[in-house]
Design a protein around this ligand. Structure first.
Ligand code: SF4
Length: 185
């Protein structure tokens, strides 16, 4: 697929903006694992797609670095104000659903290996099976977050058409599909 076709695919699945970037523009840093360990989101050790379950940070960053291209995408949702918790949850659900549509769409078209990372905890189940020690219910659909793989989303979006912040009373979520030469052009 051409970069334009990749971007159109994300937009057709409900992304608000999308851009293909070279893999060496994806910024990674191990400090993102320390941020996860602080557990401000409450998902550390509670979701199979989050640390520590997701894997060792050095290995995951190496995996990210192994892809020459990435389709970066974002959803932008309106909320009433910075206390609109329900609106934030709705924005998160909308991003999960959009990412799942894109997962189906690119799986049907790609020839080589891909790595699809989304935003925050997996979000597919009301309560992750990790909380009860059962196996993941949807292992072929669950998407880890960009941060869990050490991606610095703020610096990765710099110099792209995707803004990190999109105005007052909005919530922005990101995702990325990393892919190889066989799926480019
Ligand atoms: S699909 Fe369900 S069980 Fe699996 S990681 Fe996601 S939330 Fe957890």
């Amino acid at each position: 697929m051409s970069p334009g076709a990749w971007e159109q695919l994300a937009l057709s699945c409900g992304a608000d903006k999308a851009a293909v970037i070279p893999g060496d523009r994806v910024v990674v840093h191990p400090s993102f694992r320390e941020i996860c360990e602080k557990n401000s989101c409450g998902q550390y050790g509670k979701c199979y797609m989050c640390p520590p379950f997701v894997g060792e940070i050095g290995d995951l960053m190496d995996r990210v670095r192994g892809f020459p291209y990435g389709l970066l995408y974002q959803t932008i949702s309106s909320i009433e104000d910075s206390f609109d918790f329900e609106g934030m949850q709705a924005a998160s659900r909308a991003h999960v659903q959009m990412s799942q549509r894109l997962l189906d769409a690119h799986r049907g078209r790609t020839k080589g290996e891909t790595l699809h990372l989304a935003s925050g905890a997996c979000g597919l189940c009301e309560s992750c099976a990790a909380r009860s020690g059962e196996p993941c219910r949807f292992p072929d659909r669950a998407l880890p977050s960009m941060e869990s793989y050490g991606i610095d989303v703020y610096n990765t979006t710099k110099d792209t058409p995707l803004k990190y912040i999109n105005g007052q009373n909005t919530v922005t979520h990101f995702g990325i599909v990393l892919y190889g030469e066989e799926d480019h052009g």
